[in-house]
Design a protein around this ligand. Sequence first.
Ligand SMILES: C[S@@+](CC[C@H](N)C(=O)[O-])C[C@H]1O[C@@H](n2cnc3c(N)ncnc32)[C@H](O)[C@@H]1O
Length: 306
Amino acid sequence: MTDDTPNDPQDAIDSEGERRREELDDRIFDHSAGDDQEGVPFVGAGPGNPRLLTVAGKELLEEADLVVHAGSLVNSELLDEYCGHAELVNSVGKDLEELIPLMRDAYEDGDNVVRLHSGDPAIYGAALEQMDALEHEGVPTYFVPGVTSAFAASATLRTQLTLNEVSNHVAFTRPQGKTLTPEEDHISDFVEMGDVTTCIYLGTHAVRDTMDRLLEADHDPETPVAVIYHASWPDEDVIIGSIGDIADKVEDAGYRASALVVIGDAVTGAGYERSFLYGDWANRGPDSSDGNESDAQANETQAGDD
Ligand SMILES: C[S@@+](CC[C@H](N)C(=O)[O-])C[C@H]1O[C@@H](n2cnc3c(N)ncnc32)[C@H](O)[C@@H]1O
């Protein structure tokens, strides 16, 4: 494709989606995540600290000629450290009509092109639409996963997002707004379930609205909430509170973006019970009569079954 203008991105999305519905992509069976592959990699930069970039991501950045990055949520330290030699383009404020020809033309000129997303590209990254638009123009693409900000937040909080008898489920979600209608906002439903750790992306500006809705829905105002601003960055800040008081605290701190909101008892890491995984019976194996299954397999089976 030599024309400067790409196909209409929505046509590309529709047509690539239709193709996927009809036939699975062979690459699914030929490659695993982390493999070196042909095309433009969509790399997860991780939450911010350059040390939280994957080895695969680092190698790709070191070889890149063009890095199109996701602006302020990709730490400039990481760009300086790994992509000093590459042309850097900030994707913020650019639409698909501009980004796709930029990446396509560089790739067709033989450049190593990396699309760098914050955290993991598969979580609120809008990566697939760029990949579909590129694929539609004959440019192969693939994902290289990254550490999503919820995982950095749980590490900062020194807790697990799942904890036996406290939280068996994790919801990655966002509040109502331009993208979600009030009916599509399920934060209250997740909190209602009780044993869910709710991780809210893209909701820093809406903490008060979100908490007000939870209070209106009669959720316990004492339910723990943590807001982690810039998890893993040098200016990381952790605000701990509850549904009843977190909005005041976040407003006092002045944060309107770049934070993850975590709701649920797992925030405190208190009140859980030991798991079955390291219980006595788990180490005996699932069926002591045949003794064929290794301890490792037995543990995996039992952890999965728990
Ligand atoms: C467009 S989403 C991208 C999420 C990203 N793909 C990920 O996996 O973390 C941006 C939102 O992610 C969250 N976020 C990203 N990086 C963060 C960080 N280092 N600390 C806290 N929240 C972060 C914030 O909620 C922010 O509004």
